[in-house]
Ligand binder design. Structure first.
Ligand SMILES: *Cc1c(COP(=O)(O)O)cnc(C)c1O
Length: 487
């Protein structure tokens, strides 16, 4: 059993276990015979919450109820004992589990596992950073029972600023766990050259925020597995509507559900989704067998980075239209990228959808609008590249800030994945804390603007960008004819 503690099973407990095993078998059959046969949209809309379950257990509520209760009561001591020993599915206490987060977890497990012929499971977390922390920590434990055991892991240098801080400061500086940055993740030899006997996992963000770094997931997964190591991917920017790393060999996916999955912007949420029976050199059967359940029941029980049930249902509600949303947002972004590409005030445009982008071909291998071939509108596979793009304003940091300050409709915020267009300057926001050297490593120049295109009509976004870009030029021209300012 979980955690390895043996307990005596009374006949009363056994009855609960039998009853719950029956329920689990029924659920597995429902997933296998019904849910796994649905298209992506149907899974996103229904998840594991069925009409039958709603009517039997939840007074017919069409939307998954929000269980704002800290804990669960039991019929008798046998049920309590069986539940707290994790012998039957339970939610017992909301730090460990909750019926609302349960539906959120299942929806994400099924969506990330769409098209994968193995099983996936999910553990919800309070944020994307908590997802990353709880995904990597179990691989960084001491295994040889001595304090100075060297441990390392590999990670793509192009990653979210918070991830850089977590790995660089919290793990490397504060805990002496070495993060070996992979500067060019498209170079498989670079990955390979950094692995040794003390490596615990490989970690990659794709596409990366904000630089849109990318790598060959299948090749890196193969490399990891050849060393008996897991590959962990941050797939926040793609969402399962465009890319599902587990289908290409990744073992674990982390999601900042605060972003596109909660496009409405109602709050912060995260998730760890893992395949069952993953590869690792850590000798722990529970961890290998069902990683998401393991972290949920043991480490996360003890650390407590749990998701609030209210937020779980809000995010779940936003996820129902994920596929069509990602299609629309990707198409809008493509239009905006094409406009910026031709603009005289713009030095360069980074969008994976642009054919000249150095990673366009690689991204095109992996980023597909899920089920486009079953869509009446398309009827064939269609590449989509998401709604994150970046561009560099000509002339350096100053004009970039002028342009930024001139935006009228696009929101200035360190945010992405919204239904509303949002822009930021990473060097002074998300990537400020890591310093110049860290930004160089992560390819974040001071004149880079990160733009996340929303669902407004693209013409209106383009008009806003155009007027703000125009301001740089006009102010400069005016300034040139004026006497130099005194200070
Ligand atoms: C925002 C973000 C995170 C962190 O997620 P939070 O929910 O803000 O904690 C991790 N990875 C990527 C790619 C992100 O964009």
């Amino acid at each position: 059993m979980f955690g390895g503690e043996e307990i005596e099973i009374t006949p009363g407990m056994q009855r609960y276990i039998d009853r719950n095993n029956e329920y689990l078998a029924k659920r597995a059959k429902y997933i296998r015979d019904v849910v796994k046969k649905w298209k992506f949209d149907t899974i996103a809309v229904h998840g594991l919450y069925s009409v039958e379950e709603a009517i039997e257990d939840y007074q017919g509520a069409i939307i998954e109820p929000i269980f704002m209760s800290a804990s669960q009561a039991y019929r008798d001591s046998d049920e309590l004992a069986a539940a707290l020993a994790y012998l039957i599915p339970t939610w017992c206490y909301s730090r460990i589990a909750n019926p609302s987060t349960y539906y959120y977890e299942w929806a994400l497990a099924l969506l990330e596992g769409y098209g994968f012929d193995g099983e996936t499971s999910c553990c919800s977390t309070s944020s994307g950073m908590a997802a990353i922390m709880t995904a990597v920590q179990p691989f960084l434990v001491h295994t040889k029972h001595h304090v100075h055991e060297p441990r390392n892991f590999l990670a793509t240098a192009q990653c979210y600023g918070g991830t850089f801080q977590q790995f660089n400061v919290r793990l490397m500086q504060e805990r002496d766990i070495e993060c070996r940055w992979v500067e060019d993740p498209t170079d498989i030899d670079q990955w390979a050259s950094k692995i040794d006997g003390n490596t615990r996992f490989l970690y990659g963000e794709l596409p990366s925020n904000p630089q849109l770094g990318f790598f060959d997931v299948a090749a890196v997964a193969d490399l990891a597995h050849s060393h008996n190591l897991p590959l962990i991917c941050d797939s926040t920017v793609a969402t399962p509507a465009l890319l599902r790393p587990i289908c290409h060999g990744a073992d674990i996916v982390v999601q900042s559900a605060s972003k596109t999955l909660t496009a409405s912007g109602f709050g912060i949420a995260g998730a760890v989704i893992a395949r069952k029976d993953l590869m690792t050199n850590i000798d722990n059967d529970d961890l290998k067998k069902d990683f998401a359940l393991y972290i949920k029941y043991l480490p996360n029980r003890d650390y407590g980075p749990n998701l609030h049930p209210m937020q779980a249902i809000m995010t779940l509600n936003d996820m129902r239209t994920l596929r069509s949303k990602m299609d629309l947002l990707s198409r809008n972004t493509m239009k905006v990228a094409e406009f910026l590409q031709g603009h005289p005030q713009v030095e360069s445009v980074g969008y994976l959808g642009l054919p000249h982008h150095p990673l366009h071909e690689l991204a095109s291998k992996y980023m597909w609008l899920v089920d486009a071939e079953h869509d009446e509108q398309y009827g064939k596979p269609v590449n989509r590249y998401g709604h994150l793009m970046s561009f560099c304003v000509k002339g350096g940091a100053k004009p970039a800030r002028k342009f930024f300050d001139g935006l009228q409709r696009i929101w200035r915020a360190t945010d992405l994945g919204r239904i509303k267009s949002v822009a930021t300057i990473p060097a002074i926001s998300t990537h400020q804390q890591q310093g110049e050297e860290g930004r160089r490593l992560a390819h974040v120049p001071p004149n880079m603007v990160r733009l996340c295109v929303g669902a407004e009509h693209p013409d209106d976004i383009i008009a806003d960008l155009d007027q703000a870009l125009h301001k740089i030029k006009s102010r400069r021209a005016v300034g040139a004819s004026k006497p130099a300012p005194v200070s």
